[in-house]
Design a protein around this ligand. Structure first.
Ligand code: ZN
Length: 424
């Protein structure tokens, strides 16, 4: 009985010693707590909030509360929204010392610095997460950014892609082994090329059976599949249960309908990728994969891509995400694709924003971490000088970038050039 009395009172003393400390460690330390004031806030899911404050503790959003203070960053007069997500950017793709296309395989110091510069430009353009499918060179860059060694967007990568070469690609069992090998190499997803380049006609390079094996094995390994597909390959990849179709040019309305039914994501490119090739024609022409005749095909493909986006937007239930396929010359200009989609693809501006926010996050299986402004999510927040719902070119004027609670950019509104097209 005595013990019973002593123990609770000992507990009382212990608690008395512990509690104040606990309380003080729960009280936000001012350095880790940031309050942003916003007059117009797009929450990433299609809603507009007005005159509120966002409270950030360490790396996460903890509250949306108009009464919270004191305000550390006054973003009133701007449009505040979640950091954008680019589902398809080749972050290590660069121009070489001769100024020409050098692809994404380089490992020299010069190549590495250029890849780091691509990451910086992408982050400064408001993209806080990208998917880079893929090069094994993405992995050390992904890890350096994740470990805080370099500034850049959060990167998900496919390591080495599976390139369809007909029967030569391998038996279904060999393709399954390839998928497992990428997982061991640290891939976050699997990239599959099921069509030739559009410059070569876009024919299928993997059979239905091969696609079934690759996408099924990825699913078994808990990985998503991104399939480069045009024409017939779109339907084949959808039937194989792959996660997302990249490009999708020349897909029929029936193919798009099937994708909507099966919940397959579509990542079409309305303009930037081809505009960038044409803009940098001298730097690409004659390099590997870019023969002169390819450029005529690309000019035609631009119109086909506009058509695809228009048809995709008219397909009920089809989940269209935002991806640019950014290569050398396009890093830091990713947001141009928003303008192309709205201007040429008939996409309404709010859908364009959501495609790079909550829907983009959902397609990556990260909806509970990024893509929206809500308590519990990563504090990936950007601000634009202008309202993209009224003038889509506001996406070029990113004046504030926070990723995981760290502010990387906060510039005077007038300090941003209208066209921030920097090319390393
Ligand atoms: Zn690509």
């Amino acid at each position: 009985m005595r013990f019973a009395k002593i123990i609770p009172s000992l507990f009382g003393i212990l608690l008395a010693c512990i509690l104040p400390q606990r309380t003080s460690s729960q009280t936000p330390v001012s350095g880790n707590r940031i309050v942003l004031a916003a007059s117009v806030l797009l929450d990433g899911k299609g809603h507009v909030l007005r005159d509120t404050h966002i409270v950030i503790q360490d790396s996460k959003i903890v509250a949306i509360d108009p009464k919270a203070g004191p305000v550390d960053y006054d973003l009133r007069g701007l449009t505040v929204l979640p950091g954008w997500i680019d589902a398809h950017a080749h972050i290590t793709w660069i121009f070489g010392k001769d100024g020409k296309n050098a692809g994404m395989g380089g490992t020299s110091q010069d190549d590495t610095y250029k890849a780091a510069s691509n990451a910086w430009l992408t982050l400064m353009a408001g993209f806080t997460t990208i998917q880079s499918p893929g090069s094994p060179n993405d992995i050390p860059l992904r890890d350096a950014i994740a470990n805080g060694i370099l500034p850049g967007p959060r990167i998900l990568t496919a390591a080495t892609p599976l390139i369809g070469k007909g029967e030569q690609t391998g038996t279904p069992d060999e393709l399954r082994a390839f998928v497992r090998k990428q997982k061991e190499a640290g891939a976050d997803l699997i990239k599959i090329f099921a069509s030739q380049s559009i410059r070569q006609g876009g024919g299928m390079t993997l059979s239905q059976e091969q696609l079934n094996a690759a996408c099924d094995e990825a699913k078994k390994q808990g990985l998503r599949t991104l399939v480069h597909a045009y024409k017939d390959a779109v339907r084949a990849a959808t039937l194989a249960g792959c996660t997302e179709i990249e490009h999708g040019t020349m897909a029929t309305d029936d193919d798009l309908k099937l994708m909507a039914e099966k919940g397959t994501y579509l990542d079409p490119q309305a303009g930037l990728i081809i505009e960038n090739y044409l803009l940098n024609k001298d730097r690409y022409i004659g390099t590997l994969g870019y023969p002169p005749e390819g450029f005529t095909a690309m000019e035609k493909a631009l119109a086909l891509n506009h058509e695809l986006v228009q048809h995709a937007m008219k397909t009920p239930g089809l989940k269209v995400v935002f991806g640019t396929d950014a290569v050398a010359g396009a890093h830091g200009r990713n947001a141009e694709e928003f303008i192309d989609r709205v201007r040429d693809g008939g996409v309404d501006p709010m859908s364009a924003m959501v495609s790079a926010n909550s829907l983009g996050a959902e397609a990556m299986g990260l909806a509970d971490q990024i893509g929206s402004i809500a308590p519990g999510l990563q504090a990936d927040i950007i601000a634009l000088d202008g309202d993209p719902l009224k003038d889509i070119t506001a996406v070029r004027r990113v004046v504030f970038v926070m990723k995981g609670g760290t502010v990387y950019k906060n510039v005077a509104r007038t300090a941003i050039p209208l066209y921030a097209g920097v090319q390393p």
